[in-house]
Design a protein. Structure first.
Length: 183
């Protein structure tokens, strides 16, 4: 590969604590002509972004015990033209709204393949034809969404959110560790 070809590749920052997922996705994105930089925690992601400003980023919402939302905020402060996809296995309405408000271009739930991620990175407009469910959310899903909303209102502070919910901090932690129910 020539230096010119390397310079033509758009730089993409991938930050996720799942190292296997990162290696697989890095290979798939590299085949799609991206120069992929990988980090497994927020601090390393910030350091990589400051050294090599990315045009694109794919950021996991939950990176270990850290929030990928902080990284979205930092990336936008470095360059508000960075196109960011927030990727998560713990999707909630509250975190989707916050990710978009902070500057993410799109919000995808795992599992998502490389083609879906690239399409989300390149998508410029919303989709008015998006399907609207005929089935309301279940009580368990509504509870999970409410917990996420209260947690976001308290900047991710579990102790403060637990106090606001009038519940024990450990009980809230257990509920948050569970994957969300789908309906």
């Amino acid at each position: 590969m020539t230096v010119t070809e390397e310079l033509d590749k758009p730089r993409l920052l991938l930050v996720d604590d799942d190292q296997t997922f990162c290696m697989v996705l890095k290979g798939a994105l590299a085949k799609r002509n991206y120069d992929v930089l990988v980090a497994y925690d927020v601090a390393k992601g910030i350091a990589l972004a400051e050294q090599n400003l990315p045009e694109y980023a794919v950021i996991d919402l939950r990176i270990g015990f850290e929030s990928g939302l902080e990284l979205v905020k930092k990336l936008i402060s470095l360059d508000d033209n960075t196109r960011i996809v927030m990727l998560t296995g713990f999707a909630s309405i509250a975190t989707a709204v916050e990710a978009i408000k902070l500057g993410a271009t799109h919000y995808l739930t795992k599992p998502a393949n490389a083609d879906e991620i690239v399409a989300a990175l390149l998508k410029n407009e919303g989709d008015s034809s998006a399907a609207i469910s005929d089935v309301p959310l279940s009580v368990k899903r509504l509870e999970w969404e409410h917990l996420q909303k209260v947690l976001m209102q308290h900047d991710g502070n579990i102790s403060a959110a637990a106090r606001a919910l009038n519940m024990h901090r450990r009980s809230l932690q257990r509920k948050l560790e569970k994957r969300p129910v789908h309906s």
